[in-house]
Design a protein around this ligand. Structure first.
Ligand SMILES: Nc1ncnc2c1ncn2[C@@H]1O[C@H](COP(=O)(O)OP(=O)(O)OP(=O)(O)O)[C@@H](O)[C@H]1O
Ligand SMILES: O=C(O)[C@@H](O)C(=O)CO
Length: 418
């Protein structure tokens, strides 16, 4: 079976897709950045390239995505899966449309399906409108996302200004009629980006069957539910082994805030202080690292929590002075904490937030993540080798998308690591 190649626009998205692929029988590695996988490819069935392109300037996102496609093709991947967020995080400029256009052009493919739906995490698409649980996207907490506020729920309207291709809909009626109907309908819209309704896992299986020959798939991780790899039940990687643990929560999403609030009742915790970080970045980070180390010494079984915002806390609005924006500062601080803590013995890191995860994984110098046990839909543990201060150390990292996971995930995630 030829290798499946995927490109994810953020790091939590990459592990989200990867854990779905593992559950479908693909031995999967997540590769950080656009370089070719360092692994012996005969031990893998799928490679997911993790980019940090979701909120990058459009040209940068296109450049990195094309570099990733070329390295995946050179590695022997015949099919390419473009993974974006199940809440379609983007702006009128992109980056979903421009990246899809560029990759289709590069591969000389006329069109592709657009399937963000992921029912296991509450994302469903009805007549082209994206829902998060019971709420239309634009009425969900995504409306106030600090980086990609989603103010429309209609995927066709969201995508049209981002792409040069026509945007079309294949509705539920067609999906419910089965794979042949979907295939016929897609054939009528050959050169378009086609949003396909999906409200349940069975719909995703139908869409996957209808696109079994498509050289390019685009969507959230849900679409991969319909794929079947060669190693059913045997695709999961083992863990790095025991050691001190920490939770780093940079996400400002509603689910993460509730998880922070819950964890604060059980775990030692410290909120990042923007004023202290702006006044003396190194000193503030050193203080956070010392806090965690002291708590490890007091009770090695409890993972301390460092977090950006809890329930009811304000997200700092965009500033009109020269000060570093809060988002970038918090990401930089959590990334430095992660690297310093690994240098001081941390072996298990649970990170919340896509942007935050990207910053942390880069700071750890990790190049390949081997996807292991699943904590919650879309959230696996991954074994990797960190490279901090020139020293290689095995660590387990879990990269949790802001809105994924149950309320107790920061305290229960460790149970599935054997
Ligand atoms: N108090 C705050 N003020 C301003 N920005 C903040 C604050 N707290 C967090 N942020 C920033 O908000 C952004 C949240 O993005 P991130 O991708 O990490 O989480 P998310 O969007 O909830 O998760 P995901 O992308 O996985 O859905 C980060 O850049 C983070 O630094
Ligand atoms: O699809 C999702 O919702 C997630 O994988 C994600 O992209 C997180 O940023």
């Amino acid at each position: 079976m030829p290798l499946l190649g995927a490109i994810a626009d953020d790091f939590t998205g990459a592990t989200d897709l990867a854990t779905m692929l593992v559950s479908r029988g693909f031995r999967t590695a997540v590769v950080i950045g656009t370089a070719a996988p360092a692994e012996p490819l005969d031990e893998l069935d799928a490679v997911v390239v993790a980019l940090k392109s979701r909120t990058a300037p459009v040209e940068e996102a296109v450049r990195d995505s094309l570099a990733a496609v070329r390295s995946l093709r050179a590695a022997g991947c015949e099919r390419i899966y473009l993974k974006y967020c199940s809440t379609f995080d983007s702006t009128p400029e992109g980056n979903i449309g421009p990246v899809v256009d560029a990759v289709l052009d590069e591969l000389d493919v006329p069109g592709a399906v657009v399937v963000p739906s992921f029912p296991a995490t509450g994302r469903t698409v009805h007549r082209g409108h994206l829902f998060v649980g019971d709420q239309p996207l634009a009425e969900s907490p995504m409306r106030d996302h600090p980086l990609t506020p989603m103010r429309d729920s209609n995927l066709l309207r969201l995508l049209a200004p981002q792409t040069r291709r026509p945007v079309r809909l294949v509705g539920h009626d067609v999906v419910r009629a089965g794979a042949e109907s979907v295939r016929a309908s897609l054939a009528e819209h050959g050169d378009a980006l086609v949003v396909v309704d999906a409200a349940a896992d069975e719909d995703l299986a139908v869409i996957a069957a209808a696109t079994a020959d498509a050289p390019v798939l685009t969507g959230g991780a849900g679409l991969a539910l319909g794929l079947t790899g060669p190693h059913p039940g045997r695709a999961r990687a083992g863990s790095a082994g025991a050691g001190p643990a920490v939770v780093l929560a940079g996400s400002a999403s509603a689910a993460t805030r509730s998880q922070v609030t819950h964890a604060k009742t059980l775990l030692p915790h410290r909120k990042l202080d923007l004023a202290a970080l702006r006044a003396d970045f190194d000193g503030a980070v050193a203080e956070l690292v010392e806090f965690v180390r002291a708590r490890w010494a007091a009770d090695p079984a409890l993972p301390p929590l460092l977090y950006a915002v809890g329930v009811g806390d304000e997200v700092e609005p965009a500033r009109d002075d020269d000060a570093e924006p809060a988002g970038a500062l918090l990401e930089r601080a959590l990334a430095r904490c992660a690297a310093d803590l690994v240098a001081h013995g941390a072996r298990r890191l649970l990170v919340a937030g896509g942007e935050t995860s990207g910053a942390v994984v880069l700071a750890l110098g990790a190049t390949t993540l081997h996807v292991g046990a699943q904590i919650a839909p879309g959230v696996p543990w991954c074994r990797t080798e960190s490279d901090v201060d020139g020293e290689s150390r095995p660590v387990d990292v879990a990269l949790k998308s802001g809105n994924f996971g149950g309320v107790d995930i920061f305290t229960t995630a460790w149970d599935v690591l054997s």
